[in-house]
Structures are given as C-alpha cells and as structure tokens.
Design a protein around this ligand. Structure first.
Ligand code: ASP
Length: 309
C-alpha cells in the first residue's frame, strides 16, 4: 500500500508565456535497487527526452510532436516503466498502455498492447487515423494499417524487470516502485498537449488497465486550462479522475496550477494512492507536484532547464 508524504513541488522558470516542456519518469519510493549510477542514468535519459521534445518546439512544431518526441526517448530507455523495460504482469509479459491528448480535445489511447515498440505511436494513430478514442489490445492488422512498428514480446522484457516480478511474487506486491513516463508541452501558438505511457504496475493481473490510457484520469489536455500527465497508483487516479480534476479546479474554482495539483494529490491520498502530476497551464509557469517519496522529472523553458532523478 502507498505511504504518501506531504506534497512537494517544483515550479518552472523562464516560461511565462512561451514554449515549455515538462516531463516525468515516474514517482514512488527509491526502492532497494536504486544506485547513484542508475539515478545518473535516469537524469541523462530525462535530459535527452527534454532535448528531443524541446528541439521540436523550438523548430515551431506542435505540442503533440514535442511530447511524442520526448516519450519516444523514454520508451526506448530501459530505466523507465514503458516500452523497452516495461513492468511485467503476474504472467510475465509486458502489457502496456498509452494516451496522447491535444488541448483541442482530440485524444487517442491504447490499452494492453504487447508488441508495439513505442505504444505512444499507437495512441497517436488512434487519435489521428480512427474515429475512436481507445483500443484494447488492437490486432496485428490494425497495427500494420496504422504503420506502427512492432517487436516480439520478448523485446520489452529486461532482466531487471524479471527480478522485480520474482521479488513482488515472493514478498508481496511491489506497489512502491513506479516508472511510468509522461510529457506535457506548450507550443509557440499556445496550444497544449499531454502524453503518458506505462507498463502498469509490477505483478498486476493480466488484463488490468490503469489510469494512463483513460482521458481525464492519467492524461488530460485542454487549451483553456491545463495539460496534465500523472504517475502513481492508477486505481487512485481513476477513483479521483485526477487529471481532469486538476483542470476543473483551475477552471471552476480559480485555483492556480500548484493549488490545484496539491488539492488533487490530497484527494488521491484520501483514495489510497500516491504519486505525482506534471501540470502545464495555457499561460504562466508549469508545476511538478508529488506526494510520494520521489519523482523522476524535469523541464526545459527558453531560459531554464532542470532534471531530477
Ligand atoms: N499509473 C500507472 C498505472 O497505474 C503506474 C505508474 O504511474 O507507475 O498503471
């Protein structure tokens, strides 16, 4: 079970109204396998993700292009719980979820994919190539039609995740360790997007779907309010419709992004969860907030850059 702590927060600098990218690589507790070397690797990968996404924004690309570029880097990096290196289900497979949402309300998501190299590409295909919003375990034919790159299910499985699964099955569920990835961006036109990608929770039951692919729960964007991506115990994010709640608090209660993220994390805590949120408003600075022990995260603005692993 989660043990949450007081909300900690980071406010971005240098992006009053300009382009801005905020990313996360999961929130939770450090876990007994954390080492300074692995932390340094996480920080390097977060920086690479920020550089890839921010380069898109600087070149005038859309917020969607920026978040997808950042997510690709982290899905391909083994330290994060998404794509290559995703957490394993109780039957030992990587079963991944992803969602991409634009601030115009257009959204696509997939749940339970097990061959898609970059699950965010399948989410984007659903958004841009179908009239639907969410596909559960799309068939090979759909994936081929969408032009999505696939891999053998063994590609996603790393030694480290196999070890985590054995430990979870021997010692009880490993709720404390996360690694889901997310990104939120504001482009030069002031348009927002949010993307989240995950392998779920180690030792989750086959077929379990978390908050990540559910618009409003783990991922949400609205050009009038905020773009949000969450990480933590998905069941609590679903019970509280967390990312939409952040937007509603800004829109209807007039809260700042920081007040809104903090209040939503308190609600997540009240619903037996913990985790973190990255929030990027239509105007003003972004916010990273979490009530777990740690959160892998970072941001890049026209004059500032920050990562924490
Ligand atoms: N929220 C994800 C899920 O429940 C897990 C995580 O963020 O670590 O599937």
């Amino acid at each position: 079970m989660a043990s949450s702590s007081p909300v900690k927060s980071i406010v971005t600098k240098g992006a009053e109204n300009g382009i801005l990218l905020v990313v996360h690589g999961g929130a939770g507790s450090r876990g007994k396998h954390s080492t300074p070397e692995r932390q340094a690797q996480v920080e390097k990968d977060l920086q690479r993700a920020l550089d890839a996404g921010y380069a898109k924004l600087e070149a005038g690309a859309s917020a969607e292009d920026a978040v997808v570029a950042a997510i690709h880097v982290m899905e391909d990096a083994t330290e994060f719980n998404a794509g290559h290196g995703a957490a394993l289900t109780s039957d030992g497979i990587a079963q991944m979820d992803a969602c991409l949402m634009g601030g115009d309300g257009e959204v696509g998501a997939v749940a339970g994919v097990h061959t898609v190299k970059n699950p965010i590409d399948a989410a984007r295909a659903v958004k841009e190539q179908t009239k639907h919003v969410l596909f559960a375990d799309p068939q090979d034919k759909e994936l081929k039609d969408w032009g999505v790159e696939t891999r053998d299910p063994s590609y996603f499985i790393t030694e480290q995740r196999k070890q985590s699964l054995i430990e979870a099955q021997t010692n009880g569920d490993e709720w404390e360790k996360h690694g889901t990835i997310g990104a939120v961006a504001r482009d030069e036109k002031g348009h927002l997007a949010a993307a989240t990608s995950t392998g779920g929770i180690t030792n989750q039951m086959h077929g379990r779907v978390g908050d990540t692919p559910l618009p409003g729960c783990g991922t949400y964007a609205n050009d009038e309010t905020v773009a949000v991506s969450g990480t933590g115990i998905g069941e609590a994010f679903m019970r509280t419709v967390a990312c939409h709640q952040v937007s509603d608090r800004v829109k209807f209660a007039g809260q700042t992004p920081l007040e809104s993220a903090s209040a939503t994390l308190d609600d997540i805590d009240a619903h037996r969860g913990d985790g973190g949120l990255i929030v990027l408003p239509a105007k003003g600075e972004g916010v990273i907030a979490y009530n777990s022990e740690m959160m892998n995260c970072g941001y890049k603005s026209p004059t500032a850059s920050y990562v924490q692993g």
